[in-house]
Each structure stands twice: as C-alpha cells, then as structure tokens.
Design a protein around this ligand. Structure first.
Ligand code: FEO
Ligand code: CA
Ligand code: CA
Ligand code: CA
Length: 666
C-alpha cells in the first residue's frame, strides 16, 4: 500500500479509470483534458451568462431554452427540468419531494445502536446501513407498491470521509494533497462490515416512506457473511483454499456495484472491482498468474491483507478466484446463505438485470466494467415458474453464458462461452466449463468478442422489447481502435447502445443494434454528442452508468464521473426519450451534491415512487471553486444530508415522490 498516494484518489481512479488490456502508456492530451480545461474556465460563470459568454464558440444548440424542451414533441416525460450545476445539496424537479430515507449508519434493527461516527465498531456497523449505496431494488410485499423490501448494495468505502483523525494535508507540487494514515484493524473491520448489502422493510405511511426497524426480513450482508459457491465451477480445485477444502464455502462479497431483482423475487449483487481487495504476490510461476493479470489482481487499494491472510495472494493464492461472481440472495429468510452463481461467469460484474423471455426462460444481461471489456448475457436452461417460487431457486445454476460481438452492419451475435465449442478447448488450456467460467475474460478474448467502452448497467425493456447498454467512457481508445459500436476515440463521455434481439426473442443468438446516444456537451462540435435538438443546456450528460426502465417503459439514466472539471455539472438522474420524434431528448430530473455519484435508480411498479442512491458525496472538492481544497472527514466539501458540524457526510438513499401524489413525470 502506497500511502503517499491519497487513498481516495487511488480508489476513485480504480473505479473511474478501469484500464483494460488496451491500457495506453502515453500521456497524450485527451479529449477529456481539453473539455476539462473548458469547464474549469467557465466554472465561475453561471446559468445564461455562461452560455452567452461562450456563445461565440458554440453552436446554437446551447441556447435552447427549457421551454423548447418542454415542447419537445412526443416526449414521454412531463416535468420542469432541474438546472445543471454544482453545490452542496441535492435538487429535484419542482413539484417533487426528495426525502432522505436511509443514511450510512442508520439503525436497521430494533436493537441496533444509533450511529456514532467517533466510536464506530464493526459490530455496530453490521446492524446499520452500510457505506456507498449503489444498486437499489424494490421487492413488493403482497404485490404492493407502498410496502416492500428495499435491497441496496454497499459498493465500497472511503476511509478519508468515514474516520476522524486519519488525514493530514501536505503540500505537493504547490498543491494541497491528502495523506492518509494506515487503518487500524478495527477500522478495517468497520470497512468490511460497511461493504455488502442491506435488505430492509419499508412502507409508505400517510404519503411518506418509512423504514420498518423491526422488519423480520431485515438483514445486513457484509464482507464476512458466509456464502455458497454453486454451479459448474463450485468445488473446482481452483476455488479451494486452506480454510475451505471443498471449494464451495466462501465468506463475504465485495464491491457490489449494480445488481438486480429476479422475476422470482431474489436479490442479485454483482461483484465488480474485486482486484482492489487483494495484495501480495502469487508464488513464482503459479498457475493463476495469467488469470489474475487479466483481472488486474492484485491492486492493493485496501489494507485488508495486512490483517486477514485470505486477501494476501502469497498466503491464499486461490481466494481471489472466489470473487468476481454474481451473488443471489433469497430475501425471504435471513438465515439462508447467499449463493455465488458460477454459471454466470467471473469478471468485473456491473449488474444483472433480467427479463422473462416469451418461452419462459429468463435472460440476464451482464456488463464487464473495464475499458475494452465485454457485454454478456446468460440464458437459463429452465423456465420461470410464476406459480411456484421454490421451483425457480436454482435456475441460475444451469444455462448458457454468451458474449456479444457487434458488427459494422448493425448486427450483434451472441457467442456461447461454452467449453468444447470453438477455441474453448484443452489446446487453449481449458479442461472443463469450470475453467472457462473462472477465466471468462480469456475465453471471451479467444471468441473474438467486441471490446467495449466500459460496459455498465445493461437493461432489458419489457415494454418496447429493446435492451439498453450503458457504456460509460474510455479515454484510452485510440483512433485506430474505433469500431461501429465504439465510434469515438478518446471517448470521455460514453454512449448508449440499443439492442433489438431477433424476433423479439431475448434468448436469440442474433440481434440488431444501433447507437441511441453519444453523450457529452452537444454545443462542442468536437465532442460529437448526439442528443436531440430539443435537449437543453441542462439536459445533456456524460458518463452513463446505472439505469432503470419504469413501468411505462421509459429510460432513466444515472451518471458517474461528472463534476466541475469534467462537465461543469454534478452527476444526476436524466430522463431519456427512446421513442418517436423525441428520441434522444434528455432532461435533468435530479442532481447530487458535490463530490457524489448517482446510483440506484429504481421505480416502484406503480411509478409513483423513485429511489436514488447518492454515493460518496464530498469525495472531492479541489476542483469546485467555492471549496477549492481537498475534502476529508474534518474539512468536508459538503456535510450532506445532515448539515451538522459533528456529523460527517453520509451516503444515502433518497426517495422521490410527487407532491400531492401520482405517477412521476407524467
Ligand atoms: Fe461500480 Fe461500473 O461502476
Ligand atoms: Ca456502475
Ligand atoms: Ca438498472
Ligand atoms: Ca457507479
């Protein structure tokens, strides 16, 4: 662990700068740098003044007013857009309430201690809402849209924002920089308990959502919760450790980014940037060397290996093979062990959103979030049984994993990632399906899958039959590496691809695709963004990440990585039209406080409630002029959501409802 490198920047770079095998070692100025310079210049200008001040250099698109956007013909969304910008708090469209539902540290059980940031313990944290909420799912109780289980992933931890007394500020190259002390074992234990997921009963009472503290299904899952490995790779020698001779019993889950809720009402947690938790070196010539290199293991961003041998590759060389899977949790009994479903492949899993196909099989769409990595789908062998929940509980252990190959002619082919087919044979070092799954990335490399610009959430839409692929960015793609599905070099702002599977069959091995949207500021010609001309100066965005489709089939996109430098605005939730004349029109509905990333989003089945997750607020402040210095526990760029001097900033889930009731954005 290099403590000269600020921990937060280290982890931010881990998350935002996922380098794939195409890592470019040069320092060439990227499109992102050019845009950053532009926004830091205009950062002090506000609103229409900013627009007119730079109007000489921009296209008339920037001058479109909010009124024009409201008039966008055929838009499926009706609300008054939020003004894009950066400040200490969250903002939602006028006429809506955005209330804090769950904060880091909130008690989840009747006997849970109240949050005390100066006396944190792992035991307390394990009974409280965890850190850095990401995926949010809602599992209705008795079909209600006003009573259900909220399931929330806790992706990672930011010690410099969580723990007092950890940070000193030093001058480095004339700039103030954070220097973080090593964590104590107690702090590492708190981190491990702050990871994982939360299952908590919530209900709407007199129009306001409440947490049911004594809900009998309330549960915390942490990096120490016992889990089972199931499916074709379970029990394989490569999954066996000193602590587990069976290769089937693993403790905990880490870096659970997006996720899903299955049609049978289980909770899916995707394991994404697992490489950061491992340190140490594999023994020389160890058989996992190439496998781990392809996954970037070890990355050593966390200090867990200093206290727990299983995170040290020298001591437990196989432990890292037990992470990078899709985890399924049966929420109906807190005593049941979560299952890591190996049939769905091992990579940096972003999420797993699913749809019941017309033949009853269930199709899960999966992104591998790294530059130049792939889009996958998993088709169950069995069919969904709506009448018998128990009959679905092992559907995820048997099925076919496919990886996407996008062609110039607008077709997409789904290539089976199956032992014995094509190059996935002994000649290439695979002796069975377990090997193929443990090294899913290498198998997909051999199959010739299309290297994408960081696949994030992939969302099937049951209303229009399409599938939406969020590609967040890839500034390392060089001009000679562009292809039809990744059409921009130095892609700083990402894009969204829309897939239509052949015959409306989500299990089909072929489909058609097109780019729905190239993101970024449409007023800068060089960016090449393709928002509709009805999109306002507030309505465009960059870096699509999590997304949701509501019951009406409308697409909502959350972003990761905007800010004063990158786009002159915080992350937020944008409503994106996909149909008719309004296609590719986008409007800002909600925005996060400074330093935060937008996660969630999710709508209840009646479309009357939206949940969003505000992740790592106050992680950053240097580039925001009103603050202009490093942000850490004692000196935060925002103390959202409590705004109390003795309370740290707290990642939180926010619940959005229309004042007076009714469906959102109708
Ligand atoms: Fe955790 Fe791919 O973002
Ligand atoms: Ca994500
Ligand atoms: Ca989603
Ligand atoms: Ca994210």
């Amino acid at each position: 662990m290099n403590n000269e490198l600020p921990e937060n920047q280290f982890r931010t770079s881990l998350l935002e700068e996922n380098d794939g095998p195409g890592r470019n070692p040069t320092d060439n100025r990227t499109m992102g740098d050019i845009i950053a310079a532009r926004f830091s210049r205009r950062g002090f200008l506000r609103g229409s003044l900013a627009v007119s001040a730079i109007a000489a250099t921009v296209s008339p698109l920037a001058l479109i007013t909010a009124d024009n956007a409201r008039a966008a013909s055929g838009s499926a969304f009706n609300f008054d857009e939020v003004e894009a910008g950066v400040d200490e708090t969250h903002h939602v469209a006028a006429g809506y309430d955005a209330d804090i539902l769950l904060r880091w540290g909130d008690a989840l059980f009747a006997d849970a201690p109240e949050f005390n940031p100066t006396a944190q313990t792992a035991a307390a944290q394990a009974k409280q809402f965890g850190y850095n909420n990401d995926y949010v799912g809602f599992i209705p109780i008795d079909g209600s849209s006003e009573h259900g289980l909220l399931v929330v992933n806790h992706e990672y931890t930011n010690p410099h924002l969580m723990f007092p007394g950890l940070v000193t500020i030093e001058e480095k190259d004339g700039k103030k920089a954070i220097k973080q002390a090593p964590l104590s074992k107690e702090q590492v234990d708190v981190e491990m308990a702050a990871h994982g997921g939360t299952i908590v009963e919530i209900k709407k009472v007199d129009g306001k959502w409440q947490v049911v503290k004594d809900g009998k299904l309330n549960r915390r899952i942490t990096s120490n919760t016992e889990m089972q490995l199931t499916g074709p790779a379970a029990g394989n020698d490569r999954l066996k450790t000193n602590a587990d001779a069976t290769g089937t019993k693993v403790f905990g889950t880490v870096n659970n980014c997006a996720g899903g809720v299955t049609p049978w009402g289980t909770y899916i947690m995707a394991e994404e940037n697992i490489h950061g938790y491992f340190s140490g070196e594999l023994p020389a010539d160890h058989k996992e060397t190439a496998n781990y290199k392809r996954m970037g293991i070890p990355e050593g961003a966390y200090e867990w290996a200093a206290h727990y041998d299983r995170f040290d590759l020298a001591k437990e060389p196989n432990e890292a093979n037990r992470f990078g899977w899709i985890v399924e949790v049966d929420v109906n009994d807190p005593a049941l062990l979560p299952k890591k479903r190996t049939a769905m492949g091992r990579f940096k899993h972003e999420g797993a959103e699913s749809i019941v196909n017309k033949d009853g099989r269930v199709v899960f769409y999966l992104g591998d979030d790294e530059r130049f990595d792939y889009v996958y789908k998993f088709v169950t062998a069995g069919t969904f049984n709506a009448a018998d929940r128990a009959a679905n509980m092992d559907l995820l252990d048997d099925g076919t994993l496919y990886v996407a190959k996008f062609s110039e002619d607008g077709s997409v082919e789904w290539l089976p990632v199956v032992f014995g087919q094509g190059p996935l044979t002994a000649e290439n070092g695979f002796s069975n399906q377990a090997d193929v799954l443990i090294e899913t990335r290498r198998a997909a490399d051999l199959l010739g899958a299309t290297k994408m610009d960081r696949p994030e959430d992939v969302q099937p839409n049951g209303v229009n039959g399409k599938v939406y692929v969020m590609l967040t960015n890839n500034t390392k793609r060089k001009a000679e590496q562009i292809d039809a599905a990744n059409p921009r070099a130095e892609n700083a702002f990402g894009h969204i691809i829309e897939i239509a599977e052949d015959g409306g069959d989500f299990a089909a091995t072929k489909g058609k695709w097109e780019v729905l949207l190239k993101c970024g500021d449409p007023s800068v010609a060089d960016v090449g963004a393709t928002f509709s001309t009805s999109t306002t100066a507030n309505g465009w965005f960059g870096m699509p990440d999590n997304c949701a489709v509501d019951s009406a089939g409308r697409l909502w996109v959350a972003t990761d990585g905007q800010g004063p430098k990158a786009t002159g605005r915080t992350d937020g939730l944008w409503a994106v039209d996909t149909e008719g004349e309004a296609r590719a029109t986008s409007k800002l509905f909600f925005r996060v406080p400074v330093g935060a990333e937008m996660c969630g989003p999710l709508f209840t089945p009646d479309d009357q409630t939206g949940f969003v997750a505000v992740q790592h607020p106050a992680d950053g402040g240097d580039d925001w002029k009103p603050f202009g210095r490093p942000s850490y526990y004692e000196d935060l760029s925002t103390r959202w959501p409590d705004f109390k001097p003795d309370m740290p900033v707290r990642p939180s889930v926010v619940v959005i409802t229309k004042q007076g009731g009714g469906k959102i954005a109708v």
